[in-house]
Design a protein around this ligand. Structure first.
Ligand SMILES: Nc1nc2c(c(=O)[nH]1)N(C=O)[C@@H](CNc1ccc(C(=O)N[C@@H](CCC(=O)O)C(=O)O)cc1)CN2
Ligand SMILES: Nc1ncnc2c1ncn2[C@@H]1O[C@H](COP(=O)(O)OP(=O)(O)OP(=O)(O)O)[C@@H](O)[C@H]1O
Length: 193
């Protein structure tokens, strides 16, 4: 039987994914709190009534304290439900009393109504200064952002920066990338949303 064809971009992405997952396991402790603080301040510059965050997978940056803070600040908070492969994410409203349901690939989503966000916080394994990112390879955020057309704020640690991320035909650049060290304006939406 012939081996499955993997494009060279997909192969490069797989190698970067393995490297960045390893680096993230060694992240310093204070960096995460610094990142959440900067991310909160960045969200505050957007006039977005509803903000999509993510519920952490093991080893990921934990946005749960930020979710609570955004809700207290008067934003509606949405979290993604991981839909079947090849379809955009669906976002569901979260509040501190929400029950969480188990979803695909170990993800969790709130047992709440669908809420279309005005701003999306996007996780990544690696990013570059043009706003391109490397995710888990599901293509979920690219499909979702293509459909929503709202600003996307990427968040991660400074060491996740790469000189250049291999770009595929569907990759949509982030508007801003927030790390524990800086807030990098990358895309066309910038601060005005
Ligand atoms: N916390 C969190 N939630 C998130 C994401 C994320 O990166 N972090 N996503 C960001 O997109 C979406 C979920 N995307 C994911 C895509 C693939 C896999 C995954 O583990 N895939 C397996 C095998 C897939 C398969 O069976 O084909 C793997 O890659 O080994 C996990 C999450 C939405 N929710
Ligand atoms: N809008 C789209 N329409 C069709 N295919 C797409 C679209 N967006 C992404 N894909 C495909 O999905 C696959 C995975 O994409 P990619 O490697 O960019 O995922 P990722 O951004 O790393 O993952 P994620 O967004 O889930 O974190 C690729 O084969 C890509 O071509």
């Amino acid at each position: 039987m012939a081996a499955p064809q993997i494009s060279s971009i997909d192969q490069q992405k797989k190698e970067l994914r393995d490297l960045m997952a390893e680096k993230r396991r060694n992240a310093p402790a204070h960096a995460e709190a610094d990142l959440l603080e900067r991310l909160f301040k960045t969200v505050q510059t957007y006039d977005a009534p509803s903000v999509a965050a993510v519920w952490p997978l093991p080893g990921e940056i934990d946005l749960r304290p930020l979710c609570s803070r955004l809700a207290r600040d008067g934003r509606r908070v949405a979290l993604p439900e991981t839909t079947s492969k090849g379809t955009p994410l669906v976002f569901r409203e979260w509040s501190k009393d929400s029950s969480m349901l188990a979803g695909r690939f170990g993800t969790s989503h709130p047992d709440g109504p669908i809420l279309v966000p005005d701003l999306v916080l996007v996780p990544f394994l690696a990013f570059d200064r043009k706003g391109f990112r490397l995710g888990y390879g599901g293509g979920y955020y690219d499909r979702t952002l293509a459909q929503l057309n709202v600003p996307a704020i990427g968040f991660g640690f400074a060491f996740q920066e790469m000189k250049s991320i291999p770009i595929g035909p569907y990759d949509i650049p982030l508007s801003v990338v927030v790390t524990e060290k800086e807030t990098i304006q990358t895309g066309p939406y910038n601060l005005e949303g």
